[in-house]
Design a protein around this ligand. Structure first.
Ligand code: NAP
Ligand code: ZN
Ligand code: ZN
Length: 350
């Protein structure tokens, strides 16, 4: 029998959240049931709930930064047990057959993976995310949250953490590498901690210096305001890797000019508008322009273990179910230090 569980849902694009319920499928042989404790608010939730990326499925229950405890397992489950601390990220299934899935890069599944919310399962059922009290997922798409990271600060690692860890690893952030993180928000503050723990020299490029102290505490070596044009003159040809976490339009040429010979500018932030750049900004120093999308299941587990080993977690502000609309506005205004996390025990109407 399917399970009816409390959830926060938005009925149409941009509409305020309401308390309601969603159906979770009956526990299958390879499924686990997770009692959700916390769900992070990612800027992607806002883009989708407000239909900034195109048509979305409503009602929507966002949430792809999920942390909780497993309360039931199907008869064939071998990877998890009742009582285990578990997380769910941006997708809950993938084709498992294509070359990307076989390589452990399910985020690039050629058939298209099944998004945790605002998606459809392969049989066409809409998916509902983590702003809820329970979720059923296939055991292969649930992560193990190591002891030593509490569930509230772990939740944002399932998207913000892996979204920065994966490109930092792919582009070789480490000792001797100069890395810049553009935007000191949910993703950015994870990037600072991870790049620093990997041994890179880390610079934050923020719109202002208002979060400088936090940035330095989290591991940045340098911190500059991009509102000051002098920053772009001072840092010309400085970086091996620049990761933009900005979800709005940026001056791509200005950031490319900050790259050394063969350096890379990598987008993880997802502006709704097309971005443009001059080809000359690449050719003059054989620079690279790329993008990165979350990470695969294996790498997400590696990231969680890395965070536990290095004492890394998200810096969070915990909110109740009543505060989600307000939190969305604050994220859009860059007024978040540094991730809102919903205490899902406040979702059932009291
Ligand atoms: P966030 O908490 O809002 O952080 C974004 C930061 O960008 C802000 O804190 C702000 O930092 C900076 N910023 C905002 N508006 C700006 C503007 N107009 N010009 C320059 N900088 C600006 O959001 P997030 O949750 O980290 O997500 C960031 C983006 O990444 C979103 O577009 C989201 O959809 C996307 N995302 C992508 C992936 C992926 O896999 N590729 C995964 C998750 C999220 P300062 O105040 O320091 O300037
Ligand atoms: Zn996200
Ligand atoms: Zn696949």
């Amino acid at each position: 029998m399917s399970l009816t569980v409390p959830a926060l849902l938005t009925p149409s694009a941009g509409a305020p959240f309401e308390r309601g319920t969603v159906e979770r499928r009956e526990l299958g042989e390879h499924d686990v049931l997770i009692d959700i404790a916390y769900a992070g608010i990612c800027h992607s939730d806002i883009h989708q709930a407000r239909e900034e990326w195109g048509k979305a499925i409503f009602p929507m229950v966002p949430g792809h930064e999920i942390a909780g405890v497993i309360s039931a397992v199907g008869s064939g489950v071998t990877k998890h047990a009742v009582g285990d601390r578990a997380g769910v990220g941006c997708f809950v299934d993938s084709c498992r057959e294509c070359e990307m899935c076989l390589a452990g890069e399910e985020q690039f599944c050629l058939k298209g993976n099944v998004a945790t919310y605002n998606g459809k399962t392969y049989d066409g059922t809409p998916t509902y995310g983590g702003y809820s009290t329970q979720i059923v997922v296939d055991e292969n798409y649930a992560l193990r949250i190591p002891e030593g990271i509490s569930l509230d600060v772990a939740a944002p690692l399932l998207c913000a953490g892996i979204t920065l860890y994966s490109p930092l690893r792919h582009w070789g952030a480490g000792p001797g590498k100069k890395v810049a993180i553009v935007g000191m928000g949910g993703l950015g503050h994870m990037g600072v901690q991870l790049a620093s723990a990997l041994g890179a020299e880390v610079t934050v490029l923020s719109q202002s210096l208002s979060k400088q102290e936090d940035g330095m505490t989290l591991g940045a070596d340098h911190y500059y305001a991009t509102s000051d044009r002098q920053t772009f003159r001072d840092l010309r040809r400085s970086f091996d890797l620049i990761i933009s976490t900005v979800g709005a339009d940026i001056d791509v040429d200005a950031y490319l000019s900050l790259l050394r010979f063969e350096g890379s500018l990598v987008f993880v932030g997802l502006p709704e508008n097309k971005q443009s750049f001059r080809v000359f900004s690449l050719t003059g120093a054989r620079r690279n322009l790329s993008g990165s999308n979350i990470g695969g299941i294996r790498e997400t587990q590696e990231m969680l273990d890395f965070c536990a080993e290095h004492g890394i977690g998200s810096v969070i502000e915990t909110i109740t179910a009543d505060d989600v609309d307000k939190a969305y506005d604050r994220v859009v205004n860059s007024d978040v230090r540094y991730r809102f996390v919903i205490d899902t025990s406040t979702i059932p109407a009291s």
